[in-house]
Design a protein around this ligand. Structure first.
Ligand code: G4P
Length: 536
């Protein structure tokens, strides 16, 4: 047993936590920025010494790419380390081939998000999807516009794009000085202090030094030409007159995003961004839950004893170790290993003895954890996505949002004699949250469809059906790539040709569509219906 701690100590540990996820489109620089966070926090001495072979991307986690490149052990699901007086928990949001429901679900465990945009590309598709989840939860979002060392879009245009495409106010905290190869650093808009960066001899592999001076000093020292200084002043005047002033409250409500410019590769602007992040990003917040009397209650991280919910279950693909790992976000109180907790859904008591911190291959036993932390618990088939565990019981965290599937398939056992095992496997795996099962609205008795957000989930499904239920299966993918939930009487809908109305496991209507434009079409043609992107 660990020593008991006081309420003050619990509050101090909680206040230090910054639990966040990075949302970005592949190649915007998420891995590079994460690696720089490790560099600036002192976790690694030199960044990017071993480059991955081109095209040799890892498939199960973006961080495995980092792990392979760097030869260091980073987490499969969350990394924790100290940074200038705070404790950072970075949650992995896989973005490449392995983009899936898990990527979305992980966002529910974050107190804030960092949106990384490629300065040359602006807001891309995956960023938009992940942003929508943050928006739904009102997660505060900080924006880092990356790759300013390359010639990209005009910064003002980028701000406009963020506002127009994402519908959030953008408030620049700093502004780039020079673009492309002439990118010298950033100016903090409020203080008008210029940060001029110098590349280290190791390039972006080591921290970049910077000096902080006024625009006049920069001009006098020759760091900025008269023209550059004048142009900078004009831009700042424009921003001050026409830009959105930053409001911390609006940021915490998810209505405004502070925007930072920089280059994760060269480290220019990276350290000021991390410093602002730790200042602005909120510590763990209260989570809403359903109390046993039906009321909604907010579970305060410090006022309640230990509680957590399962946001992700990772099956073990190693046949020697069948058990899977349930990842829990600690929402309140202190977790101590060997705690006996109440599992709300089953009503059972469970001892959390096999609990781990999430440093990939070497599972490190975790003895204690605090609100905002993520622990992995070996799952002997007890936990499902969204489950609540708590020391005292009596409440259940609000259900996870259900995300609209993007890939739909018919799946069948290759051996018809194994139909029973097949049904059992599919039902259990759907229950666990690995895939969704949909039925036809018109012909509910037709063979069910299997749906998910990412293709990798189907690979995992087939693998697990074989390994755990002894059933080989065949999959036929259907041409639906988009879906929306439908609230209202579906019989009166005006729909484009070729759509498919399905029912999910809780009899909600899911409209399957083959093209993105059809979403807009159905919304426009059916103003009396609602088409939410997520349901709970
Ligand atoms: P991701 O995790 O978001 O997918 O992106 P990642 O960090 O892997 O970066 C994608 C590519 O963009 C990498 O190049 C990386 O070096 C480059 N990159 C990241 N940040 C910056 C930046 O600030 N400036 C510039 N110029 N490039 C940046 P790559 O060629 O795909 O791989 P590598 O050979 O460099 O590893």
């Amino acid at each position: 047993m660990t020593e008991p701690i006081s309420a003050g100590e619990l509050a101090a540990e909680t206040a230090k936590r910054r639990t966040f996820a990075i949302i970005s489109h592949p190649d915007a620089g998420k891995t590079t920025l994460t690696e720089k966070l490790l560099l600036y926090s002192g976790q690694i001495g030199v960044a990017g010494m071993v480059r991955a072979r081109k095209g040799g991307r890892a498939t199960s986690s973006d961080w495995m790419k980092l792990e392979q490149e760097r030869g260091i052990s980073v987490s499969a699901s969350a990394m924790q380390f100290p940074y200038k007086g705070t404790i950072i928990n970075v949650l992995d949001t896989p973005g490449h081939q392995d983009f899936s429901e898990d990527t979305y679900r992980t966002l529910t465990a974050a107190d804030s998000a960092v949106m990384v945009l490629d300065g040359g590309k602006g807001v891309e598709e995956q960023t938009r999807k992940l942003f929508a989840v943050c928006r739904m939860q009102r997660t505060p979002i900080l924006t880092f516009i990356n790759k300013m060392d390359l010639h990209g879009k005009d910064p003002l245009e980028l701000l406009q794009e963020v506002e127009e495409v994402l519908g959030i106010q953008a408030s620049p905290i700093n502004w780039p000085i020079g673009y492309g190869s002439g990118f010298k650093g950033v100016i903090t808009i409020a203080s008008r202090q210029v940060m001029l960066f110098r590349k280290s001899e190791l390039g972006g592999a080591a921290k970049a030094d910077f000096t902080t001076i006024s625009v006049d000093e920069a001009r006098r020292s020759g760091a900025l030409t008269d023209e550059e200084a004048a142009a900078l002043r004009d831009e700042l005047e424009l921003l001050t007159a026409a830009g959105n002033p930053f409001s911390r409250d609006a940021f915490l409500r998810g209505e405004i995003t502070p925007v930072f410019f920089g280059s994760a590769l060269t480290n220019f602007g990276v350290e000021p961004f991390f410093d602002s992040f730790t200042e602005l990003a909120p510590p763990p917040h209260a989570y809403p839950a359903d109390a046993s009397n039906g009321d909604t209650v907010d579970i305060d991280p410090c006022a309640q004893p230990f509680s957590a919910y399962v946001f992700k279950i990772q099956a073990n693909m190693n046949p020697k170790h069948r058990d899977s790992m349930a990842y829990m976000r600690v929402c309140s109180g202190r977790f101590e290993r060997d705690m006996v907790v109440k599992h709300h859904r089953s009503g059972k008591e469970i001892r959390l003895s096999r609990s781990y911190s999430l440093v990939a291959k070497d599972r490190n036993t975790v003895d204690e954890a605090f609100p905002g932390d993520v622990i992995g618990v070996i799952n002997p088939g007890v936990f499902a996505i969204g489950d609540t565990v708590s020391l005292q019981g009596g409440f259940n965290y609000k259900p996870m949002p259900q995300f609209p599937p993007e890939i739909v398939a018919q799946i069948r056992p290759t051996d018809v004699l194994k139909h029973k095992q097949f049904e059992k496997g599919i039902t259990q795996l759907a229950h666990e949250g690995a895939v969704q099962i949909l039925r036809s609205y018109r012909n509910p008795k037709d063979p069910p469809l299997v749906a998910a957000v990412g293709k990798l989930q189907f690979e995992v499904l087939q693998f697990r059906l074989k390994e755990e239920y002894g059933v080989s299966s065949a999959i036929d993918f259907l041409p639906y790539r988009h879906s929306v939930y439908v609230l209202g009487d579906v019989k009166s809908l005006t729909l484009p040709m070729g759509t498919f109305m399905a029912l999910d496991a809780r009899d909600r209507n899911v409209l399957l569509l083959s093209a993105e434009w059809e979403k807009k079409y159905v919304r426009e043609k059916n103003p009396d219906h609602q088409f939410p992107d997520f349901v709970r």
